[in-house]
Design a protein. Structure first.
Lengths: 370, 370
């Protein structure tokens, strides 16, 4: 087994441009190979089905310039959502779980962890649930509408019309994702596998959410997916944390439970009528530890504010007679969980708590699910 | 079973903005649901392992503006390559196959076909091969370097510095991918599932290959992947068709066979020394039918020109004593295959021919594979 502490120091040293080899008296400056870190489960994974498909999408007529100039103008599809799925053998009757990633990320968030352990996608399948992992519209294999980029390039549209393309620096990820209060200095109890933080860095993709139509087409696509599957548990993370709520409001009968993992915010703008509707769907909110860490992001000074916004929402839903609760691991003596809780070292412990909640709270498939 | 002909007409009609419902006297204007089209195999898929990881990547220091403005400046990773993999139970000893997609596409090309049939990724796994499916650097879950976009947006870099972002229109795909000579008019023997052509349209993502470093970082990443796996069959398609050749030249001992599926071109620029090197690796080139179709793309008037460039390369490699050959299905009486041959209706028939070639030609793992 690798010495995580030395390896972690080594990675941090690499990140900050120096090597600790001399200090430690051994050559630890080489980054571990991601592929070599992959762990093989003890038992095989038996799937009834696996594959991928798209949900949604609209036709857009574009000029030759908008299509990049190589071929003639015409129609393309935009705003479609890629979904990869795995159905366990014998798991047809269990509630499907849809796992949606956060800002600057893709469905990769839920797959193999940065240090090579099984992702939640496979773990939930092994626990009997069909699992569906989308890439949000505008990112990853869902693509994005490139027309404005080529129009700006051609000079027919002002550069200011470009959306911002967001990525988080490795340095800001440490406090923002709560691995530690500053880069390279993990909390003593940090559950994130910080030795592999460079592998998390590779998961980053440019995020033009601020240039997307509002509301995000991902929300409608999630509702369509839930409808086609005749009932699902919708799980969001971070920026997509509130998406399950908004998707549920588009078709309540197709949502059997909502799991909000470290949502960036829980909206305070729902009407009483919307809260009454949400009170018909079981809701679980999950947050990790160290929420008071200053994030370094001006629009969200701390995740404690997100936590409190969700406590407020839970309060409103419960007052309307709903089944809503907070899963706050520190209250159970589970310390050190990060914002990337699905990749933390104790990620299966957290998954088991969510699976237990699903077993105890998720609604039965309604006869009239449409 | 769906009436493919009616459904095909329906899809084409939808694409061109009118409905045939009145003409046919029945409501066929509704597009079939992609999810409902998914076919479930008769036997389960048993995997020793599955998951994903990244290969390669470089640190890039960027300003707050270049990172989209939400957080402070710092380092991010760019030019990494996402890879999804499946290892069949009991298939450890068989040669892994790496499947690389073409222009404006992602690894989705090799997954579930547009009409819901099993993709080559799963089929090769079921035939015993570990399969690795990357997204090319710059697309899909591999992400791209967004710095120039945000610099242009801020006005510090001229808009002309933007790369073109390429997509093919639905209309040009018909002749360019050789489903038919014009949109909505499939060849009578077309093997492409044209009723589902709108689902192929959804697979398109913006492609900024022309803005990538040269040679593409994907080539080095493929060679690194081959090296880490201690020997693979490298399969490229279309724009990535020549990548297996270039990756092999970076580490010959890690390439056990090269399969070029409908390559956009076979380079005529290799030196005699490079040809001598390539002559040590078995090479198979695969092309479909109707190659004389005018593509509508000025830089490649027909795929016959691509075919002939590969015949020329095969000739050079064979003259140097190599094992190189063309798989030309029409010569075997197999007609109507398209550019998207891995999605054609007879895609498993073509896959079987490639699998047979791998079994008979792929090199054994060399003892000195490094």
């Amino acid at each position: 087994m690798r010495d995580d502490r030395v390896s972690m120091l080594s990675r941090s040293a690499t990140l900050f441009g120096f090597t600790l080899a001399g200090v430690l008296g051994t050559a630890v400056g080489v980054r571990a190979q991601a592929l070599e870190d992959l762990q093989t489960p003890e038992t095989p994974l038996v799937l009834k089905a696996q594959g991928s498909f798209y949900v949604g999408g609209e036709k857009s007529e574009q000029t030759q310039v908008e299509l990049g100039g190589l071929g003639p103008g015409g129609h393309i599809t935009v705003d479609q959502m890629y979904v990869r799925y795995m159905v366990p053998q014998g798991g047809d009757g269990n509630v499907p779980v849809v796992m949606v990633h956060g800002a600057t990320l893709t469905g990769k968030s839920w797959e193999t962890t940065p240090d090579g352990r099984m992702g939640w996608d496979e773990y939930f399948v092994r626990k009997g649930h069909p699992v569906y992992v989308p890439d949000q519209v505008g990112r990853g294999r869902s693509g994005f509408n490139q027309a404005v980029l080529n129009d700006v390039r051609a000079g027919s549209v002002p550069a200011a019309n470009l959306p911002p393309w967001l990525r988080f620096s490795d340095e800001v990820v440490w406090p923002n994702f709560r691995f530690g209060s500053k880069p390279g200095a993990p909390y003593p109890d940090s559950q994130f596998p910080v030795a592999a933080v460079d592998e998390l860095s590779k998961q980053g993709v440019p995020d033009m959410s601020f240039g997307m139509p509002r509301p995000s087409p991902t929300i409608k696509a999630l509702s369509s997916l839930a409808t086609e599957l005749r009932g699902v548990v919708l799980m969001g993370h971070s920026q997509s944390g509130p998406f399950p709520l908004d998707a549920a409001l588009l078709n309540l009968s197709a949502t059997r439970g909502l799991v909000l993992v470290e949502p960036g915010r829980c909206p305070d703008t729902y009407t009483d009528q919307q809260i009454t509707a949400l009170a018909t769907v079981p809701i679980l909110v999950v947050f990790g530890d160290h929420r008071d860490t200053p994030t370094g992001i001006s629009t969200r000074p701390s995740w404690q504010l997100s936590f409190e916004s969700c406590q407020a929402l839970i309060g409103r839903v419960k007052a309307a007679g709903g089944d809503a609760q907070m899963l706050n691991p520190p209250e159970r003596g589970i310390r050190g969980n990060s914002h990337m809780i699905m990749q933390d070292r104790n990620h299966l412990q957290i998954a088991d708590l969510i699976l237990q909640w699903i077993a105890e709270h998720a609604r039965k498939r309604s006869a009239d699910a449409k």
